[in-house]
Design a protein around this ligand. Structure first.
Ligand SMILES: NC(=O)c1ccc[n+]([C@@H]2O[C@H](COP(=O)([O-])OP(=O)(O)OC[C@H]3O[C@@H](n4cnc5c(N)ncnc54)[C@H](OP(=O)(O)O)[C@@H]3O)[C@@H](O)[C@H]2O)c1
Length: 262
């Protein structure tokens, strides 16, 4: 689908990666329906982008919020959905309450699955594109990211399964996996840890460029960054190699998780 013909619903629209993405999409001629929870930020964003774009305040962790998104998407005539909203927590697994685990599951996994099903099957028969924003941590189990990794591994599995189920269908479902990116999803402890470990962090602008390129090319899966790309493959083939690489850094990683609970 040409981006100039795209009518895009994007969740988490006021977040770091999305804010850069929506400007690029608008420049390419796409029309946007911005979804988030902060009305003031959404209104300000639409003001900058132009009056042809729309916004909706909805909490996608609830069935009600997801129903509102789909109703508005139908009115808007959406043909592209970017499941970008996400939450992340770096912490010891023992610290996660049922409520926090449920919220992560709802926002990162259940919401994209439910929105994708409604979008593809309840909004008419025309060809549609869905892009799910995963993570490098959707392929590598990283210490103290148990909840986030579980949801992003799930999102990757869901996307891959659906891609294969949709063989011969006009719909496209894509998976996009950034590595660490400089946005407020990462706590101060995570930012300090990435610097201490020498892990590269991308700018939201660079990640947005890659996301928009993927939408233009409709590539099934895109993983960003070196050596993360290699590690995602290695972890599938020889997880012991990645076990060893992470265990060498483990004492340093532990130092930063202690910061979170101090
Ligand atoms: N930054 C990274 O290091 C990184 C790396 C790999 C993958 N990713 C993925 O990239 C995506 C975007 O993340 P980001 O870095 O741009 O983070 P961000 O700046 O924190 O943005 C996340 C967005 O999700 C929205 N959101 C959270 N819970 C929501 C809910 N219940 N209902 C509706 N919206 C909700 C937030 O909106 P509110 O304004 O309503 O809170 C926020 O706009 C996420 O899926 C993340 O997992 C990020």
């Amino acid at each position: 689908m040409k981006l100039s013909d795209a009518r895009v619903v994007i969740t988490g629209a006021t977040g770091g990666i999305a804010q850069s993405t929506v400007y690029l999409l608008a420049e390419r001629g796409a029309c946007l329906l911005l979804v988030g929870r902060n009305s003031d930020k959404l209104i300000a964003l639409v003001k900058h982008l132009g009056s042809e774009h729309s916004w909706l305040s909805a909490d996608i962790s609830t069935a009600r919020g997801r129903a509102d998104v789909m109703l508005e998407a139908q009115r808007f005539g959406a043909n592209m959905l970017v499941n970008n909203a996400g939450i992340s927590e770096f912490n010891e697994f023992a610290q996660f309450s049922d409520a926090r685990l449920t919220e992560a599951m709802n926002v990162n996994l259940l919401a994209p699955m439910c929105l994708t099903r409604s979008f593809l099957y309840e909004l008419g028969d025309s060809a549609k594109v869905v892009l799910n924003v995963g993570s490098a941590l959707g392929s590598i189990g990283y210490p103290y990211y148990s909840s986030y990794c579980a949801t992003k591994f799930g999102l990757r599995g869901f996307t891959e399964s659906l891609q294969r189920e949709l063989t011969g269908s006009p719909h496209k479902v894509l998976y996009f996996a950034p590595r660490a990116t400089d946005t407020s999803i990462n706590s101060e402890a995570v930012k300090q840890m990435n610097r201490a470990l020498g892990s590269k962090t991308d700018s939201p602008a660079a990640v947005a460029e890659a996301l928009v390129k993927q939408l233009e090319q409709e590539s099934k899966r895109v993983f960003i960054g070196w050596p993360e790309k290699l590690f995602t493959r290695l972890n599938g083939l020889w997880p012991e190699v990645v076990d060893n690489a992470i265990s060498k850094k483990f004492t340093k990683i532990q130092k930063f998780v202690k910061m979170v609970n101090s």
